[in-house]
Design a protein around this ligand. Structure first.
Ligand code: XMP
Length: 524
């Protein structure tokens, strides 16, 4: 993957907050919270040199938390010259320890980790805590702590366990806190970040999606010129927004290849085509590859094999079309989002793969395309905002996320045309009733799972022996953890009745009441 630094196109136009990532699980959250203040933020590896940072001209720098101790042999370091750039710095947790370590303070190794809520006492007035109460509840997650601040720093908050949980050197613009302001359990965390951004760094807070759109369009035009560009449309929100953005920039120099796997939700392929082609005028070539996908999946019941087959076929079908239509194309546009970019440059090792998520990785190299990734600095909620700016209809933008391999991973056991039909119908009823009840937007993701069992039932005077389905609905912010939705029993009853009555082949409906962890959102 190309380094984000080479691709960044905004540094000279936006006021930027730079985040150096020391491996905290909360780093992305810092970036998102900063952007909620309409301040553009970027996450970079921790070893970025002071020279590179100077060229990027950030208006503020955050040193993130991280799992290490500054005393570990291979603990990630910050270039000490970064602290002398004259740019305000906020060190969070491990970032605080680094500041103290480099500037002559005393960092005390931990006897035990402190984890969870804590109450801090704020001493006197300091810029970071302007407007806060004398005592505040915060979220701690650390081992080491600061015993003595470095020369020039004043300690500005403490807990009963630790004498220095916040310190500042206003003359040099260096600030540090032991706790995590980005986590919602830190009650005044938003105010602390706002104070740093606006009062300390002086950000105007005028970063808007409309201006991102204008700049992204200008960037794509400059890069593509009068050459041709292709992209794969999967039906999901990201690839739809990405295609609409590229079309806005270069019009019908773009060909969007829509690979219809036949595994989308009921009517979804048509909905995407109608909104994007008829509504927005996108140059879309649709390939109905459903028979090919069904043939490829015939008799396969292992979830990971299903994913591999679908990923492989998607690339195969796309390649054939791209060769045919886009023979003269130079560029391939992809809907990579910022979390993937951050993940790939993080100091953390790759986290254990629970499910291999497929995307069209590897395509550009194989086809000799140059890669364009216009969404690579955006988070999911920002992609939705951008979609609105581009005029994509709200119902398309607001759809729940949907797995790349589609309904294949919601059909337990082998996939067949008949089983896809059953699941599409049952799923459409569930989603329809969720919308009717006004609960669709409250739920983060919902769908039906077709189980590989038949059960006995009775309809009229007849004994039946048919399929069982499970309803799955979860609420989550980040999809890493999720709680099952407490849907009202009347709604569940309506959905169950309708599915059993309207979907031929189903005689039983159950509701999944497992959170993640220990369950995952999808059943496969
Ligand atoms: P799990 O089931 O891992 O799902 O809790 C978390 C989120 O990821 C989606 N998901 C996938 N997305 N390809 C994708 O693009 C996949 O293979 C895949 N498997 C799960 C899932 O729908 C949920 O939003």
């Amino acid at each position: 993957m190309t380094s984000p630094i080479e691709h960044r196109g905004h540094d000279d136009r936006h006021e930027t907050l730079l985040i150096l990532d020391f491996g905290s699980q909360y780093t992305q959250l810092i970036a998102r919270r900063v952007r909620e203040n309409r301040v553009y933020s970027e996450v970079h590896p921790p070893d970025l040199s002071a020279d590179a940072i100077r060229r990027m001209a950030p208006k503020g720098i955050v040193l993130s938390g991280g799992p290490d101790s500054v005393y570990d042999d291979d603990a990630p370091q910050v270039d000490p010259a970064v602290l002398e750039l004259g740019v305000p710095v906020l060190g969070i947790c491990y970032g605080m320890h680094l500041l103290a370590h480099h500037l002559g303070g005393e960092v005390k190794p931990a006897d035990r980790r402190e984890y969870g809520r804590a109450e801090i006492a704020i001493d006197g007035d300091c810029r970071l805590f302007a407007g806060l109460a004398a005592h505040e509840t915060v979220w701690m997650s650390h081992g080491d702590h600061i015993e003595t601040p470095p020369p020039g720093f004043a300690a500005v908050a403490s807990t009963s366990n630790a004498p220095v949980v916040a310190m500042e050197d206003t003359a040099r613009g260096l600030y540090a806190i032991q706790f995590h302001p980005e986590v919602s359990h830190t009650v005044s965390g938003g105010a602390i970040l706002r104070n740093f951004l606006h009062e300390v760094c002086g950000f105007a807070g005028d970063w808007l999606m409309a201006s991102f759109l204008d700049e992204a369009v200008a960037d794509i035009r400059a890069r593509v010129g009068d050459r041709r560009i292709v992209c794969a449309l999967s039906g999901g929100v990201d690839s739809s927004v990405m295609s609409a953005l590229v079309e806005r920039a270069v019009g019908d120099q773009l060909t969007a290849i829509f690979v219809d796997t036949g595994l989308l939700r009921q009517g979804e392929a048509r909905q995407v085509e109608t909104s994007l082609r008829d509504g927005l005028g996108l140059p879309i070539v649709t390939v109905d590859a459903s028979e090919r996908f069904l043939a490829g999946l015939d008799g396969v019941d292992d979830p990971e094999r299903k994913r591999r087959i679908i990923g492989g076929l998607f690339i195969e079908v796309f390649e054939e079309q791209a060769r045919e239509i886009g023979a003269d194309a130079t560029f391939l546009a992809q809907g990579t989002l910022y979390p993937d970019v951050i993940e790939s440059t993080s100091v953390k090792g790759p986290s254990a793969v629970i499910k291999s998520h497929h995307n069209v990785g590897g395509l550009p190299e194989r086809l000799g395309f140059e890669l364009v990734e216009p969404l690579r600095f955006l988070f999911k909620d920002e992609v939705r905002q951008l979609g609105r700016e581009l005029g994509i209809p709200e119902d398309l933008i607001r759809r729940h996320p949907f797995p790349g391999p589609g309904l294949a991973v919601r059909i337990l056991g082998p996939v067949s045309g008949e089983r896809v039909r059953i699941l599409q119908q049952a799923d459409a009823i569930f989603i329809d009733e969720l919308r009717e009840s006004g609960r669709y937007d409250q739920v983060s993701q919902a769908g039906v799972v077709l189980l590989p069992v038949k059960t006995v039932g009775v309809m009229g005077d007849q004994r039946t022996y048919e399929q069982a389905v499970a309803l799955r609905a979860v609420e989550t912010e980040d999809f890493m953890t999720a709680d099952w939705s407490r849907l009202p029993s009347e709604l569940l009853a309506r959905v169950s009745n309708r599915i059993v009555n309207e979907v031929q082949g189903v005689n039983r409906v159950v509701f999944d009441i497992t959170s993640k962890p220990p369950g995952t959102i999808e059943w496969e």
